[in-house]
Ligand binder design. Structure first.
Ligand code: ADP
Ligand code: ZN
Ligand code: ZN
Length: 723
């Protein structure tokens, strides 16, 4: 027997299937991990196929050295997925496989957790009748079998147990226990479905892809849970993805409450051990429902009855680091493989997904009103230029200030959204224009007042804050655009007695940071929660009646084609946090461009109107979903080298273009907008190609990358981030 093996090394030269002899006395299966000789070394590999004959010269083949486990770590579905991804996304086989296993498994860093157990010894002597406690223990173990020592000693005295161990009546053993992630325990509160929810649950039953377009507060979570319950009752399993930032303690708790030990949770707050153990529970079929962030799409769960992607428009579903992948594509593969339904849910579907629903590729299911019939919050647009003309140079407009006062008087809650952490986006000298920049990156530094430091948000480096301009000596330092810290400071000044909480990457970096802030917010009234987009999604606080959007234009004028779409989504999502219970909410949206069309549609909650306008723009300007953007990004320490290599590749692509003159909408080579990050220079080739032959062109372009190129080359399709 011959085994086809993929070597677990991230090297282009090893990116193919190698053949090995299976020793006579070894039984192996497809998907198992093995050690194989490779040159002078012995390396880890995966068996991806078994054959009676070999393609290569048998006398030159070597035998497999040993097995790592005695079961297949890569299941059949995942093997097919590996070949699919490698082909479609131009990825190396080994680097795809790595996505499927917890990294702890490959490095052997995590130890199994063992617990001491107690059982009756074989042929033990019955304790004397006078030792009644001992007899009780014997009877208990006879009835209930082996017990964990910690649990048995809760019921009986420890000294009695240890005496019995000494006397040889009891025996101590060991049992592996699985670590499980912590969560808040709440009671399950299953609700009778509204007619709209019921209709959604009834509709979503076939083997296809559904786009569930439900406004914020329409009760999508309850629909998901019902869909999952139905699959469980049919003996199937479920996979539900949620963006990392909306994996709130509330969401985790309600899934645990509803599905108990059937649920496995996968999120970035887990320790390596917890992650590994949850993976095992999924792998061995103990967990029937997986709830997790993006990478959970690779969970080894079998017999799927439904896949759900909540907040499907979220950009975090696209992995931009290597290996790159788009979760939707993987979910679509698994749906077809398992013949099950895929549900994409959102209040603000991505333009791409909604276009597919319009074209009939997805089935559209709509929930256009809130569960309790409550009106959507009223969004008031405030023109900050007018405010300035009227003499208000503050962060908060007059209307926002008054609304905050009302909230505090009524002991209610408000959320203030500003999508920038730190105090101010830069520090600049007013005399000479000097701006503090990172030494390793081509970006200005963000001022953090709490630490009184300038920080680079790209590489994390810290620098002394400016009090004197290093270039001209002036003390007249200007602060840039405001961030979360600055908003908190302002609120402290205006309302010194009110509890103000801040939620951003800086305040949530420690374990359970999120949970602590949210719990404190929930339990304090009045209170104000200031935060970045972390506060925009998923949260359901009944006393939040006001949402303030300090700088709505922030996402609008970024230089990529999705900036308007993203602005619409953010406004809708963050507004959706207000007035979710018994009283209509209010939103104050501050902007310098009050007449931009995105605000007109957003304030009317007119998703369809927005979609029409935006999709038309994309069509006439040839942007996705009507064209494909391909970017090749080259990075290297030497600017000269990276510029040269990029140019060489560009010339090759110009040649390719000659056979596809009509297909190329755009082709250019240039410095990337951020010319340097972490001391690496960045150059890019930007292309837009028409869809009809995009796959073909994409492949040719990919092949045009020189393997011997010294720069790192990133191949990106419709990237979210063009910096
Ligand atoms: P969405 O995700 O669509 O924004 P949620 O799933 O968070 O909405 O639901 C909003 C609120 O409505 C939650 O507090 C939820 O508990 C409640 N809810 C959902 N379905 C029902 C129902 N059928 N009856 C009563 N309340 C419901
Ligand atoms: Zn200066
Ligand atoms: Zn930096």
């Amino acid at each position: 027997m011959f085994a086809k093996v993929i070597i677990d090394q991230d090297a282009k030269a090893l990116d193919r299937v190698f053949e090995y002899i299976v020793p006579m006395d070894m039984s192996v299966g497809v998907g198992e991990r093995v050690m194989v000789p490779f040159g002078a070394r012995v390396l880890q590999g995966f068996i991806v196929g078994l054959e009676e004959t070999c393609l290569y010269d048998e006398s030159k083949l070597k035998p497999i050295s040993s097995k790592i486990e005695n079961f297949s770590v890569i299941k059949e579905e995942m093997l097919s997925l590996m070949f699919f991804m490698a082909e479609k996304l131009h990825l190396k086989l080994a680097s795809v496989l790595r996505l499927f296993l917890p990294s702890e498994m490959r490095t052997d860093k995590v130890r199994e957790l063992l617990a001491k157990t107690v059982c009756l010894s074989e042929n033990f002597e019955m304790p004397s009748k006078r030792a009644s406690k001992q007899i009780e223990i014997v009877e208990f173990l006879k009835a209930n079998g082996e017990q964990k020592l910690s649990e048995l000693s809760d019921k009986f005295s420890y000294s009695t147990i240890s005496t019995m161990v000494k006397n040889g009546v009891l025996q101590i053993g060991e049992q592996q226990i699985l670590r499980s992630p912590s969560f808040d325990r709440i009671k399950s509160d299953k609700k009778a479905l509204t007619p709209l929810q019921q209709r959604a649950v009834d509709t979503i039953s076939e083997n296809k892809t559904y786009l569930l377009h439900g406004v914020t507060g329409s009760g999508k979570t309850e629909v998901y849970m019902n869909l999952i319950e139905r699959q469980l009752s049919l003996g199937k399993t479920a996979l539900m993805l949620v963006p990392e930032i909306s994996l709130t303690p509330q969401v985790l708790a309600s899934f645990k409450a509803r599905f108990g030990d059937d649920v496995a949770l996968i999120h970035s707050g887990l320790s390596a051990g917890e992650r590994f153990d949850e993976w095992k529970r999924i792998f061995f079929g103990q967990a029937k429902v997986v709830v997790g962030a993006r990478s959970a799409i690779f969970s080894p769960i079998e017999n799927l009855g439904i896949i759900i992607i909540d907040e499907e428009h979220e950009q975090s579903y696209v992995s931009e680091s290597n290996p790159r992948y788009d979760t939707h594509m993987i979910a679509e593969f698994r749906r077809k493989y398992n013949n099950c339904a895929l549900v994409l849910g959102s209040a603000t579907p991505s333009i791409e997904s909604y276009a597919k629903a319009i074209d009939g590729e997805y089935s559209l299911v709509e929930m256009p009103v809130r569960v309790n019939g409550m009106e959507m919050p009223k969004i008031m647009v405030v023109d900050m230029l007018m405010e300035m003309r009227q003499g208000n140079n503050q962060i908060f407009s007059i209307p926002l200030y008054y609304e905050l006062q009302d909230i505090i008087r009524d002991k209610k809650q408000a959320m203030i959204f500003i999508n920038r952490r730190g105090f101010s986006s830069f520090q600049r000298c007013r005399e000479c224009g000097y701006v503090a920049k990172c030494t390793d990156c081509d970006v200005s530094l963000v001022y953090h007042r709490f630490e009184d430091r300038l920080k680079c948000h790209y590489c994390g480096k810290r620098f002394k804050a400016l009090d004197i301009c290093p270039s001209c000596g002036s003390r007249d330092i200007k602060q840039g655009a405001i961030g979360t810290e600055r908003v908190v400071e302002e609120l402290h000044k205006l309302f010194p007695d009110v509890r103000v909480l801040r939620m951003d990457n800086d305040t949530t970096s420690k374990k359970n940071g999120h949970r602590e802030i949210l719990n404190e917010f929930r339990n304090t009234k009045p209170s104000i929660l200031v935060g970045t987009q972390m506060i925009a999604k998923g949260h359901d606080f009944e006393d939040v009646l006001l949402v303030g959007i300090v700088d709505a234009d922030q996402s609008l004028y970024q230089s990529d084609y999705r900036s308007i779409e993203r602005t619409f989504q953010l406004i809708t999502q963050v507004s959706g946090r207000a007035g979710r219970s018994s009283k209509q909410g209010k939103v104050i949206l501050q902007t310098y461009s009050p007449r931009h069309f995105v605000y007109r549609f957003a304030t009317n909650y007119d998703y369809k109107g927005f979609f029409k306008k935006e999709v038309n723009l994309r069509k006439v300007t040839n942007f996705p979903p009507y064209a494909r953007i391909i970017r090749l990004l080259f990075t290297h320490e030497s600017e000269k080298l990276v510029a040269e290599e990029c140019k060489v590749c560009y010339n090759k692509i110009k040649q390719i273009k000659e056979s596809y003159v009509d297909e190329f909408v755009y082709l250019d080579v240039m410095k990337a907008p951020l010319n340097k990050i972490k001391n690496k220079f960045r150059y890019q080739i930007m292309m837009r190609v028409k869809l009809e032959k995009a796959d073909e062109i994409e492949k040719k372009i990919f092949e045009s990358i020189d393997e011997k190129c010294k720069s790192s080359v990133f191949f990106e399709i419709n990237p979210n981030n063009l910096s």
